[in-house]
Ligand binder design. Sequence first.
Ligand SMILES: [Fe+2]
Length: 294
Amino acid sequence: MPANKFNGYTDYGIGIGLRIPHYEHILSRKPSVDWFEIISENFMVDGGRPLEVLDQILAQYQVVQHGVAMYFGAAAGPNKEHLRRLKTLTKRTKTPWLTDHLCWGSVDGTFSHDLLPMPYTFAAAKQTAANIRQVRDTLEIPIAVENVSSYTEFHVSEMTEWEFLSEVVELADCGILLDVNNIYVSAKNHGFSAYDYIDNVPHHRVAQMHIAGHTKFEKYILDTHDHPVLDPVWKLYAHATKLCGVTATLLEWDDKIPSFDEVHNEALKANEFIAQAREAKIPVPQKISRTKIR
Ligand SMILES: [Fe+2]
């Protein structure tokens, strides 16, 4: 791992998402897995089976928390009760960092339960960065924000999605969870180059990567997480790994979940691309100059 990797994010290797259909297999067979990502909201409870399972997992595996309900882009700022419960969980898991999405999801207290795309404006970037700083200061752990897949965009946007992501993470001084499948899906849906995206984010801030499968429809691509990773996404992952350095990598498989071994073997295919990146003598990720678009 490059020595100056932002904020000391550790390359834990290749992990998979901890999912209910695999509990029995993991707890009884104790397979060798580098790390598990948990969805924080599934464990923000006061007790019962979820925490019993989590404690058994924590006894044997590295766990990193990933959330789906922080809404870093929310104009109203982070929900205080959500943060309080989240902090209780971070103390339990000792997660080395916490990730959630660069999105919004509620209006006047009514939640859409979707990861809605941001308007890419300077005002939104400033508000989002302030929210991320507030979360980090409250939870007292490093934060990395994930790019979402999107199907619509705002007329008021003042920059590209990758410029917006870069602006936010620079203002917040935080990490990036680079989801290369989401980049591929959004690039196809909106007609931009996924390589332009990856080439122009601050590589030294990339803390972790997500890979996943998607579904192609006639006029758009849907981020379904119910397939193996498709070849163009592996190619993007290989490209990103060469630019950003090898980072903790996580396969997301959330629907039509096959056996544990099938999911794990799919994730381990990343090893081939990591080996290629290492052979290519990965340069230490450089800070790239921020886009001059003001
Ligand atoms: Fe993701």
